[in-house]
Design a binder for this molecule. Structure first.
Ligand code: GLC
Length: 569
């Protein structure tokens, strides 16, 4: 069965982290005019949609995920007029704009929270306040044992109010009370206000956390995020999202992608099936493979495990997939899933192939198209990430670590700052990102890894992305084709087949073979078909007819191959 067509299924999305993309005014922080300056570059990549991380007014405790005014632009990024110009310029290049929607929580600077604190005009109930007990020393005891996504208790005692409020993230990000119908209708009005301005959709921040169960019961203390079984996909999440969709998105030709923490494929289906409220979700199952014991361990992930997660979502989801390997919250993809040393180029191209040939809408993160890597950090003082720095502080306070050196390896790998170092445009000072002092350090490898160098080189990672994005837009089978996993247990080779039952297309059967390892290997792919190289393949093993013998393929380290399959002659 072929999925129903939609523009957002055919789209490739490019994520821009505004703070780190391009600074036009020399204050060290990226901005909207900076993005406009680089829009031709983005359009040349061939992508269709830009997802912009939050640009709303914010004290920037969590880089804009702490919003103090949903209808204003953060000063360092520019003005509403700049934003309108950006939207026009994106549309003028036939691309679309998806904004970030952060409505599980606001900043504590938001007027609603200020009024809630003052118990003004019915605003108290906009957030989740609870009386906790006090211990024998008179210190407040949290109303339950929930922790935040950044570690530590999810409750903060507000001295002004004398009770505690819930925050599933930083203490300056209080959770909104979705049980309150006025909160919901204020939020829907705001969503509608942005849609009416002409945006093309939303990426919805931690959207499956909005419904908290009555009584806020204690969570299983052994879970990495205590309480998650209660607040992820809580009792009214589906209902709230359906209501939101009916009041807002359903009236527009927009796309929605909900970031869903701790979600499985069945629950995701409730949100994204044909009559579900969302178009797509981001799940985390492949992001957790190297941290199954929690944030503080880096485990070796195995390729069969990754394949099995991918294959489950590719084949079992009742709805449309997203395909991503990294974003502003994750390590750089080439450092995590590839090899950021000797095989940086090869493995970055392989990961591009992975992203652009699965079924689902690919989400590319800025800089991955030139193979940007994790950053070598010299000290924790160079880090800005509220998550990593908070965890280190808590671990030091609790005595779990004696000094930072004990945590260094994990923190340097996991810190979200790895993805947030400035975009590397050229080999001039600060990688061409800013004339001023960048808000976060530039990865020192910018002298080699940068856009200008990629433009000048033949066979760059960048040109590979461009060509492959082109190919994907030409080949329906790469968008709508069914997915079949081959060689599920192979330790280093990931092979899958995409087939489309549509007599109108020329290419309806494609084989993708990825050697995700630094070792050359021979592999026999179990397909009985003629395999003709389609993209990026060395033709060294081609037979005279131009076809390859994939029953005995010799693959170089991190080699990626794409074949068209046809019936054997
Ligand atoms: C999401 C965002 C992340 C943010 C968190 C809290 O996971 O992607 O950057 O810190 O939500 O808003």
């Amino acid at each position: 069965m072929t999925a129903e067509r939609a523009w957002w299924k055919e789209a490739v999305v490019y994520q821009i982290y505004p703070q780190s993309f391009n600074d036009s005014d020399g204050d060290g922080v990226g901005d909207l005019q900076g993005i406009i300056e680089r829009l031709d570059y983005v359009a040349d990549l061939g992508v269709d949609v830009i997802w912009l991380n939050p640009v709303y007014q914010s004290p920037q405790v969590d880089n804009g995920y702490d919003i103090s005014d949903y209808r204003a632009i953060h000063e360092a990024y520019g003005t509403m007029a700049d934003w309108e110009e950006l939207l026009d310029e994106i549309h003028a290049r036939d691309m679309r704009l998806v904004m970030d929607l952060v409505v599980n929580h606001t900043s504590d600077d938001h007027e609603w929270f200020q009024r809630s604190r003052r118990d003004e005009d019915g605003y108290r109930d906009y957030y989740i306040w609870r009386e906790g007990d006090t211990d024998e020393d008179g210190e407040p005891v949290p109303p339950n044992n929930w922790t935040t996504g950044f570690g530590g208790s999810a409750w903060t005692d507000d001295e002004q109010v004398g009770t505690q409020y819930l925050h599933l993230f930083h203490e300056r990000q209080p959770d909104l009370n979705w049980e309150n119908a006025e909160v919901r209708s204020d939020i829907y009005e705001m969503i509608d206000w942005w849609l009416a301005k002409g945006i093309d959709g939303f990426r919805m921040d931690v959207i499956n956390l909005i419904s908290k169960p009555e009584g806020l019961p204690d969570g299983d203390p052994d879970k990495g995020w205590v309480g998650i079984e209660h607040f992820a996909d809580g009792p009214r999440a589906q209902e709230f999202l359906e209501e939101m969709a009916a009041e807002t998105f359903d009236n527009y030709d927009s796309m929605t992608v909900g970031e869903c923490v701790d979600i499985d494929v069945d629950t995701a289906g409730d949100y994204v099936s044909a009559d579900g409220p969302l178009d797509m979700v981001f799940h985390f199952e492949h992001m957790l493979l190297d941290q199954q014991e929690g944030w503080w361990t880096i485990e070796d992930w195995s390729l069969p495990e990754l394949k099995s997660v991918m294959a489950e979502w590719q084949t079992d989801l009742d709805g449309w997939n997203t395909v991503y390997l990294g974003n502003h919250d994750q390590p750089r993809i080439v450092s995590r899933f590839g090899d950021d040393g000797e095989y940086r180029e090869e493995s970055a191209k392989l990961l591009a192939t992975f992203l652009l040939t699965h079924q689902g809408t690919p989400f590319l993160f800025q800089g991955d198209e030139i193979g940007m890597t994790n950053c070598p950090w010299e000290s924790i003082d160079e880090m800005r990430d509220a998550d990593a720095t908070n965890r280190v502080r808590l671990a030091l306070e609790s005595g779990d670590i004696e000094d930072y050196d004990e945590a260094r390896e994990v923190v340097e790998f996991r810190s979200r700052d790895n993805a947030r170092t400035p975009m590397q445009w050229n080999d001039s000072r600060n990688a061409g990102f800013t004339d001023g002092d960048p808000w976060i350090q530039v990865n020192p490898n910018y002298e080699d890894v940068n856009v200008a160098a990629a433009e000048a080189a033949e066979d760059s990672i960048l040109s590979y992305y461009r060509d492959l994005i082109d190919l994907r837009s030409d080949l329906d089978v790469l968008v709508y084709g069914e997915y079949e996993l081959l060689l599920p247990d192979h330790e280093t080779v990931y092979a899958y087949r995409r087939t489309l039952d549509d007599p109108a297309v020329d290419v309806d059967d494609v084989l993708i073979v990825l050697n995700i390892s630094p070792t050359a290997t021979r592999v026999s792919v179990p397909v009985e078909a003629e395999a003709t190289p389609l993209f990026g393949n060395e033709l060294d093993t081609a037979t005279e007819s131009g076809s390859h013998d994939v029953t005995d393929a010799a693959l170089q380290p991190y080699e990626a191959r794409l074949y068209e399959l046809s019936e054997q002659q």
